[in-house]
Design a protein around this ligand. Sequence first.
Ligand SMILES: [Zn+2]
Length: 102
Amino acid sequence: MLLVYTHPHLYMVEMAAERLRAAGMQVRLRNQFSLGAAGELAPQDTWPELWLEVAQHQQLARQLLADLLSPPTGPDWCCPACQESNDPSFDLCWACGTAKPD
Ligand SMILES: [Zn+2]
C-alpha cells in the first residue's frame, strides 16, 4: 500500500478517495477517527490518510488528485446565452445559469 494523500479535513480525503474509486482503484482510508489523539502526536500524524492498494496505480492516482485538487485555470469564458464573462472555475454562468460550453 502507498500513501497518496493526507489532509486535516476528512471530507477532503473522502472526496479524493471517491475520485480514485470512480477510476476503478482500490483505496483505503486511515486515521479517520484519530483526531482525539491530537496533542499526543504531531498534528499531521493524526490527519486522515488515503492509501492506494496497488502501488502501480501511483502515477495515475497522483494525476487524478492533482486535477481534482487544483482549481481550473485559464481564460475567463463568455456565456453563450447572455455574453457575461465567467471565472474558469465556474461550470455554470453566474448570471443566468447556462452551462459552460465544452
Ligand atoms: Zn449567462
